[in-house]
Design a binder for this molecule. Structure first.
Ligand code: TRP
Length: 343
């Protein structure tokens, strides 16, 4: 894939805890290649993290620090890439309010990703309105930065489509384009499975964190699901659905060697323990420097907060400009500030 240049890039993560190798393979890694030649903002989407936890309290302050430490650990450079906190940008909330008038409930219910989540949770008419509407809030995130390119996983394509629909609706009302439309940038690597072969997720405890200790990495690799019918070393084994190969595909720099290992595994004569030994080496080498930088970052919470504060302030300036344009479309009055009033 040719690395894009000159784009306005916006993407985000829900701060629900430390990021893991699934995030790394799916999107974090590609952001590194992007930050050199593009204007990029990473939004820590703490409000969105609340939408599917209606009425609950998350440890947002700690989770935000974890995510920012992860960014720095993988090599995100805050002097190039803006790191911003969603809940500290009130312009996003107001944009969401305006966009909600441009979207029907029927359209929201058709969003395939939201539909899947509704089904998973068994919501009917008891669905929290904020949860149903989170794609609208995400459209605010995307448009507030005038993003042209949004790196995401394929589950996020419906969000981008909805953001573009909103941009077109607004252009139709205004009689001229107000917001740019954006494209998705898909990672190209298939979704990394969890250690047990299910979807990698923190709540299932089947993911390897970016800050994992050597022992944790070793244990996770030991526990990886392979091919249950591959009993003896000499038996032919299955590569498809084999988690060890999924990780080797994602992280082993020696593609040719991985190809040969697959052939040997299929033929028979390659044991799981030799395979896991190789993967352990690959992951230890990958994670060691990340863990080091992560520990350094997390030891300086004030420094992390300063990075977020600076990025959030810069983001608010951009978002305020977009908000003014959107307010103008709806002919909302702007009140002048009374200069006599203090505070
Ligand atoms: N929905 C995204 C996720 O769950 C996170 C996100 C929030 C996002 N706002 C965004 C992604 C804006 C891209 C653009 O991973």
């Amino acid at each position: 894939m040719a690395v894009p240049a000159g784009e306005v890039i916006l993407t985000g993560d829900r701060p629900t805890g430390p990021l893991h190798l699934g995030h790394y393979a799916g999107s974090l890694r590609s952001r590194l290649a992007l930050q050199a030649a593009n204007s990029m903002t990473l939004l820590v989407a703490d409000l969105q993290a609340l939408t599917d936890n209606a009425g609950r309290q998350l440890d947002v302050p700690q989770n935000v620090l974890e995510v920012v430490a992860d960014y720095l650990a993988i090599g995100i450079d805050p002097s190039r890439t803006v790191i911003a906190l969603q809940s500290a940008i009130p312009e996003l909330a107001e944009l969401t309010i305006h966009y909600l008038n441009l979207v029907t409930v029927a359209r929201l219910e058709r969003n395939p990703t939201v539909r899947e989540e509704i089904e998973l949770r068994g919501f009917r008419r008891d669905i929290p309105a904020g949860f149903l509407a989170y794609p609208v809030s995400q459209a605010a995130d995307i448009t507030a930065f005038r993003a042209t390119l949004v790196p995401v996983g394929s589950d996020q394509l419906p969000m981008i489509e909805q953001a573009n629909e909103i941009a077109r609706r607004l252009a139709h009302i205004a009689g001229a384009p107000v917001l740019p439309e954006c494209r998705a940038l898909l990672s190209g690597t298939p979704r990394l499975p969890g250690v047990d072969g299910r979807k990698a997720s923190k709540s299932l405890g089947n993911a390897i964190a970016l800050g994992a200790r050597p022992e944790e990495i070793r244990r996770a690799v030991q526990a990886m699901y392979t091919d249950p019918d591959h009993l003896r070393v000499s038996d032919p084994g299955k590569v498809e659905g084999n988690v060890v190969f999924a990780y080797l595909d994602a992280f082993d720099p020696d593609r040719q060697e991985v190809g040969e290992l697959k052939a040997r595994y299929r033929r028979g004569g390659l044991g799981d323990s030799a395979l896991k030994h190789r993967l352990d080496g690959v992951l230890q080498a990958l994670i060691e420097p990340i863990r080091g930088r992560r520990e350094e970052a997390i030891a300086d919470p004030a420094g992390l907060m300063e990075i977020i504060r600076d990025g959030t302030e810069r983001s608010r300036e951009v978002a305020a400009g977009v908000l003014a344009d959107v307010r103008a479309v709806f002919r909302l009055p702007t009140l002048k500030r009374n200069p006599e009033r203090r505070g």
